[in-house]
Design a protein around this ligand. Structure first.
Ligand code: FEO
Length: 170
């Protein structure tokens, strides 16, 4: 059984993951409307991943006898000045998510809820990958600068990203 404190924190995290999904959907739509289908695809996969994260938390709350609460999702920004600005915001947002994940893990430790600490390990590892992916694209965009052909090539590369479902399914 989850403590009330942990149940509250896990419910807040469901909302944070859904807000992340909303943010990346907005970025995907912005890229698509500006004729950058590869960037739009990459963000759409990110949108799907965040929904899967939310579902993983939601199902975990249920499995521990808690009650998931679906709270309102705050409005997000809808336009970015450039791909570099969007990816800088993405990385900054993922740093925030990493702090949330670390705080949840620390709270589980304080509450001596070792099952939740074990559950959080997947997310701790996932955040390393998320930040690494964002940084790699930021590095590429900095190298490309204003070179239109470079941007075109990167757009083609990002178009190849596919959604890989979480295993085992959440
Ligand atoms: Fe669900 Fe991008 O962290």
């Amino acid at each position: 059984m989850l403590s009330k404190k942990l149940e509250e924190a896990l419910n807040a995290q469901i909302n944070a993951e859904l807000w992340s999904a909303y943010l990346y959907l907005a970025m995907s739509a912005d890229f698509a409307s500006k004729g950058m289908p590869g960037f739009a695809n990459w963000m759409n996969i990110q949108f799907q991943e965040e929904q899967a994260h939310a579902l993983k938390f939601l199902n975990y709350v249920i499995s521990r006898g808690g009650k998931p609460e679906l709270r309102p999702i705050e409005k997000v920004q809808t336009e970015w000045a450039s791909p570099l600005e969007a990816f800088k915001d993405t990385l900054e947002h993922e740093h925030t998510v990493t702090s949330l994940i670390n705080n949840l893990n620390a709270l589980a430790g304080e509450e001596k809820d070792y099952a939740t600490q074990s559950f959080m390990k997947w997310f701790i590892d996932e955040q390393v990958e998320e930040e690494e992916n964002d940084q790699a694209i930021i590095d590429a965009l900095k190298m490309i600068g204003d070179n239109g052909f470079g941007l075109y090539q990167l757009d083609k590369e990002l178009a190849t990203r596919v959604f890989v479902p979480i295993t085992p399914a959440p």
